[in-house]
Design a protein around this ligand. Structure first.
Ligand code: ADP
Length: 652
């Protein structure tokens, strides 16, 4: 095919020998055919341009676009050598380089080289550069090796910008032998195709960038989700490094946490399985890269550790030239860093740094959460341990008290039994003495004997009470259950205390007890209960007071169909704080020494067992006993009311 850039006129001119009209005619014909040819060429050119435009428009891959651009250019004109550079000015990087339409695998030039050369001028001005003097053009582009095929021959060079919306994204450089220079028309065509190629490359790049951004966002979301899927402090650091590898590939990585002023390696990946790993330490020295990371808010990249002054390489670790350290931030505080290495130099880009720092934010949150959770767990464990220890202590104390209580019960039991035998003997002899006429006739002796007899009876009561409490404690209390009425019990008590009540000028009122239903129970034991309660009412009520006994049938949620007996006095009353403890054995309010010793004397002494026995017996009947009183007051005598609830037929 004929190359359209050759001037048709120059090529077709030939000597003219015709004369006159013929000559004119011939000239006219020649002109016409030249015009015809020029038209053909222009049509061919237009066809090529049209095809090229379509082809460039359809290309979705920048490398392919370069190939197509050069192919279509050489359809239009001879091109000896071509170079395409596409650059990213922000990252100051060459992102694509092609020679004669094919990608260049190994680049001599850097972005800075381009900027320093004529290409930089084109970047900045956006205008094409054309030269046909070898010396002028080749020299400044030395680093780019733009030369004609034969180094010694002068060359014609054309550099056109690859521009998108007035923004230069790269250059197309064409080199031809001097015989094929780039004239204005050719330059225009080249510029037109270059602009279309630039648009196509930019589109593809935007598309790629968009899908890359999406991929990265997906990776980051996934990585973030994975690192926060665990709360265990022993798992999270390993997961952080695993996910970091998904975000930015590395050869070796470690997760380093700050421990005061020192750094502690808490997880590693890609390190050799070596004994010496255990001793691997990182020290924080003022000004070194770790210190810089600790102080910075953004990752620090070392392109080549060999070129970094003060870099300490662990000699038994394989040498990795690139290093990146990213701070782990938590609430405005650097808690540690991620350290990554790659074998080759300059392996980490600013994009990688951005990704790592984004991931580091998620990692730091996951680490902090795990640390907090760990703290709470440990605190809980500590708390549980403390509770367990305290419970043990309390249990031990309780066991000790129980033992002491058992000793006391045993002691009471032994003493009561030991005292009962001689007491019975004494009472027997005293009875005989009273029956003796000599004594009966002697008023003085009779009085003495009466005193001894009273004391002995009282002692007998106390010993019996002690035996009762011992039985209750050892749970050997046996109920002789029969059907009984409440009223006769109080009649008996009343008649027994008649003398005492009269002496103390007390009213003893029994209300409504005749209406009470019969109940099942041990009549002797229940007599003891009401006896103790009545004696107490008398004891803790001043002379002239009143005791009211009443009862009613109730339906109790626990005990069921029951009777409730109330023994109400107008005595000194009981403070709320003592209303429960008085039912414990040996519990007495006030000082024992102050108690008078009479059985029914006001505030007369007792062993502190009456209420304990009463409760033991009532509970043996599956009933309840409790007291109500506005409080203790020895001037106004608010009184107390003791309640005894007994089921009518206790469940077995
Ligand atoms: P004791 O009467 O032998 O001291 P109790 O077990 O019968 O032992 O009573 C325990 C304590 O309860 C008494 O010391 C007394 O302080 C208090 N108490 C019992 N009944 C009454 C009452 N009706 N009024 C005021 N206090 C009472």
């Amino acid at each position: 095919m004929e190359s359209p850039h050759h001037s048709p006129l120059a090529e077709d001119s030939q000597p003219v020998t015709l004369r006159g009209k013929d000559r004119q005619l011939a000239e006219a014909r020649q002109l016409a055919s030249a015009a015809e040819r020029a038209k053909d060429l222009a049509q061919q050119e237009a066809a090529v341009m049209f095809r090229a435009s379509q082809s460039l428009l359809l290309s979705a891959d920048p490398e392919d676009t370069c190939r197509r651009l050069i192919f279509h250019l050489s359809e239009l004109m001879p091109v000896e050598r071509s170079l395409i550079y596409v650059v990213d000015h922000d990252l100051r990087r060459i992102i694509l380089a092609a020679e004669n339409g094919a990608p260049i695998d190994f680049l001599y030039a850097t972005y800075a080289d381009l900027e320093d050369s004529l290409l930089g001028q084109v970047h900045r001005s956006g205008n094409s550069l054309r030269a046909s003097q070898a010396g002028v053009v080749v020299e400044p582009l030395g680093a780019l090796r733009i030369e004609s095929a034969d180094e010694n021959k002068p060359a014609a060079v054309l550099i056109v910008p690859l521009a998108v919306h007035e923004r230069v994204i790269g250059t197309l450089t064409l080199v031809n032998p001097l015989e094929h220079p780039f004239d204005d028309h050719a330059t225009e065509l080249i510029l037109a195709l270059a602009t279309q190629a630039a648009a196509s490359i930019e589109n593809a790049r935007l598309l790629n960038a968009e899908s890359e951004r999406r991929r990265i966002a997906r990776v980051l979301v996934q990585a973030g989700r994975r690192v926060s899927s665990s709360l265990r402090l022993d798992e999270v650091p390993g997961q952080v490094l695993e996910q970091l590898g998904m975000v930015v590939p590395y050869e070796r990585a470690s997760l380093i946490l700050r421990d005061g002023t020192a750094l502690r390696i808490v997880a590693q990946r890609g390190f050799p399985d070596d004994e010496r790993m255990k001793d691997l330490r990182i020290t924080l020295r003022e000004g070194d890269v770790f210190d810089q990371v600790a102080k910075s808010s953004y990752p620090i990249i070392v392109d080549d550790v060999n070129q970094t002054p003060g870099w300490k390489q662990v000699e038994w670790l394989p040498l990795n030239l690139s290093w990146m350290g990213a701070p782990l931030y938590s609430v405005n505080r650097v808690i540690g860093m991620l350290s990554l290495t790659r074998r080759e130099a300059s392996a980490f880009s600013q994009d990688d740094a951005l990704l790592v720092s984004t991931f580091a934010l998620q990692a730091a949150v996951a680490l902090e959460n795990a640390a907090l959770y760990d703290e709470i767990t440990r605190f809980n464990e500590h708390l549980e341990e403390t509770v367990r220890r305290r419970t043990e202590e309390v249990q031990r104390a309780y066991q000790l008290l129980e033992k002491l209580d058992r000793h006391k019960s045993d002691f009471i039991n032994v003493v009561a039994h030991e005292l009962r035998t001689p007491l019975t003997v004494m009472l027997g002899y005293l009875g005989m003495m009273r029956a003796n006429n000599l004594v009966a006739q002697d008023a003085y002796l009779s009085k003495l004997l009466e005193g001894v007899l009273n004391g002995s009876n009282r002692m007998h009561d106390v010993v019996n009470t002690m035996l009762d409490v011992a039985r209750i404690d050892s749970q050997t209390l046996k109920l002789q259950v029969g059907v009984l009425a409440i009223a006769p019990i109080f009649k008996r008590i009343q008649s027994e205390l008649e003398m005492d009540l009269r002496q103390r000028k007390m009213d003893f009122v029994v209300q409504d007890l005749d209406e009470m239903p019969l109940i099942q129970g041990d009549v002797d034991l229940l007599l003891k209960v009401f006896y103790h309660l009545t004696i107490n009412a008398v004891k803790y009520t001043p002379d002239g007071g009143r005791i009211i006994i009443s009862g009613e049938r109730v339906n109790d949620p626990q005990a069921g169909d029951s009777v409730e007996i109330q023994i109400q006095d107008s005595g000194i009353g009981i403070d709320a704080e003592f209303q429960e403890v008085i039912f414990q054995k040996f519990y007495q309010t006030g000082t024992v020494a102050l108690h008078s010793s009479g059985r029914t004397k006001f505030k007369g002494g007792g062993p502190g067992l009456g209420l304990a026995i009463a409760r033991g017996i009532v509970q043996a009947h599956h009933g309840r006993i409790w007291v109500e009183s506005p409080g203790h007051d020895e001037e106004n005598f608010p009184g107390s009311t003791f309640h005894v609830l007994l089921p009518i037929s206790p469940k077995k």
